[in-house]
Every structure is written in C-alpha cells, then in structure tokens.
Design a protein around this ligand. Sequence first.
Ligand code: PLP
Length: 401
Amino acid sequence: MPTPHPTPSDLSLQTRLVHAGKAPAFDGGTAVNPPLVRASTVLFDSVAQQREMRARRGDERLFTYGARGTPTTFALEDAVSELEGAYRTRLFPTGLAAVGMTLLAYLKPGDHVLMSESVYEPTRHLVHSFLAPYGIGCTFFAADGSGVQERITPATRMVYAECPGSLVYEMCDLPRLADIAHRHGALLAADNTWGSGCQYRPLALGADISVMAATKYLSGHSDVMMGSVATTRAAWKPLAERSDAFGMTVSPDDAWLVLRGMRTLSARLAMHERNALQVAHWLASRPEVATVFCPALPAHPGHALWKRDCRGTNGLVSFELQPGIDAAAPERLVDSLSLFGIGASWGGYESLVTLADMRKARSVTDWTGRGQVVRLHIGLEEPADLLADLDRGFAALAAAA
Ligand SMILES: *Cc1c(COP(=O)(O)O)cnc(C)c1O
C-alpha cells in the first residue's frame, strides 16, 4: 500500500500556505477572454510525462517552461497567425527585437541580404551594428522595389522589404519581389507594421516571413511593447529554433494586453483611416504644403499598388513643406500644435507629430533640395478639432516668415 497523501490537518500552517488555493473549487461558466497564465516552472504529472513533453517540444507547441511560452502567449500567437494568414507566429519583446531575430534566424556569416531603403531607422542601424560585424553583406534597394534583380548576388539569402515604407509610404510590388527572391533561392521577409494584417498581408502576396511591431496598432493604446514574426510552414523552423535557443519570450501580461487590443483592431483602423483621409485632403489644399504622403491619395506614386494590394490605409499621413521656408519654421509649426503629442512610435488612439529627416532615412533615392517632412499620426479625435489645431500651426508658420 502506498503511503496516503497527508491531509491538510496533518500539515503545518506554513506548508498549507504554500499549497492552498492552487486549484480553487467553483462551478460556473467561462470568461469571454482566455485566462492570464504567468509561469516560469511548469509541473508535470510524472517523470515520464516530463520526458515525453521535452522530446516533443521542438516541433510541437507545448506548455513546458515559461520561456517556451504560456497559454496566454500561445493565444496571442494564434490571433496573430489568423491576422497574418500564417502557419505560426513567434512573439518578441519589441518590434525591433522581432526584426533582429528575423535577420539572426535566417542569415549566417557569408550570406547577403537585400534591404529596402525605406526600412524603419533602427532596422537600418542593424546593418552596421550587427550584420556587418558578423560578416553578413547588405545592399539597399530603392523603396519602390526597382533594381532588386540587378542587386541579387549568389550569396543573397533574403530580400527584406518594408511596404509601405517608413515615413513617406512608398509601395513596392511584393509579388514581384517574392518571385525574384524565390527564383534565386532567397526568402522574402516584410515588415508589416504599417498594414498590421488588416490593411496589408505580405504572406498572401508571396512573402515567407512577416514582421510586425505589435507595439503599434495591435496594442493600440501606447502602453505596451511587442513584436511578432509570422511565417509560412516552409519558413517556420529556423525562426522557432533560434528563438528557443536565445530564450526569446514575452510577458504574459503584455501578451494579454495586446490580445485585448486586437479585438478592436479593425474598428480602430477604420476610424484612423477615415480621420486621416480628411486630414490628408485638407493638407493637399494648403499652399504651404508641397507634397502629401498617403498611399490612398491618387497622386501618391504607389497608389496603383496600394489599390491592388491594400484593403485600406491607416492613421499615418506625412507632408513635405514647401522648400525654401526658414529652417526654424517646421519646429515652430510642431511646437504650436496642442492636440498632437510630439513623439515617436504611433498606432495608439491619439494623434502624434514628429519631424522626419528624409536625407538620412534614404540611401538610394535622392532627397536633396526637398522640403522638411512632417509625419502625423491621426488618432481617434474629432477631425475638425485636429484641422483647427493644424490651421493654428500653419498660422504660426506664416506669422514668423
Ligand atoms: C515601430 C516600428 C518597429 C519597431 O517596433 P518597436 O516595438 O518600437 O521596437 C519596427 N518596424 C516599423 C516599421 C516600425 O514602425
């Protein structure tokens, strides 16, 4: 006869405090949302079960240790996979970490990557801070996707696109890039932060890997950092293996917040889009503005591709001031706005403004002689109030000129 388990009354208060309340007894229904599960250690019923789980966890998604994911992060992974049309998804503590791990998972010393000049600035920084010292070559191509074929080398293992591009939203023909990459045995990765799965879906257009800063629209509330990498079945394994090897994981609390944000993603985006289009049309009518950047405008150079490949636009609208205004003027405009926060990042519910240095942000396309670019993120405020604020901003521009 095995020794019977001790009953609570046999145990000291100290021991009962350690073990009490772990499996509360209650009856009832189920919550709308999946539970938040925080865990480092995961317990098994037997040594045999532990051994079996460890043997299978390389290929299967199993709850075996906090760093390998929790039911909460698995729930977010599934939601992102649904959004991206992916086989599976891995989560990273920031969007930038997701970009970095994508490069790390698929490239090795001696390889070469072709990268769009329109990538997010810290992604460009990775070329100098990580790729070059590790012997991975990189060549930039024009944000509109031209010149990719000519830049392919026998060592090219990845084409890395960002479409629409950061700051001025150039479009490239993703199916064409996928075709070129695949013909040369390379993968196509795309930063899909702008499209956030609702407005653009790189995997459906031929990409193998789609990266998002979930910090932006998926979270939607400017209060959590998160990155995701979603892949096709064929591209999955290197990402999963390298992420596990490096102990990449995210807090279940953060995953829970992003999952909550995603429930209203399409509703928020519809409102961001409607408000941003009003602002974009208003900006296009201003004499102080040389160019308005928004792919939904027919005058945008990428409009035809946007119409073909995107389901809509988002809250981002940038504009170029007429060249030749005094150097301090753009700062006066920005400082005089009261409804637009001065800050980087975007995708929250609120409006933001920031100055963009396009000469530094592009290395193939020449921006010399062009005016200062201002990037707006149009939030969920009433557009008429935002336009009145911008009108005051342009008045400040004119007053001192
Ligand atoms: C913001 C952003 C990132 C990085 O996201 P973080 O969560 O801030 O690290 C990556 N790519 C694009 C296009 C972004 O806009």
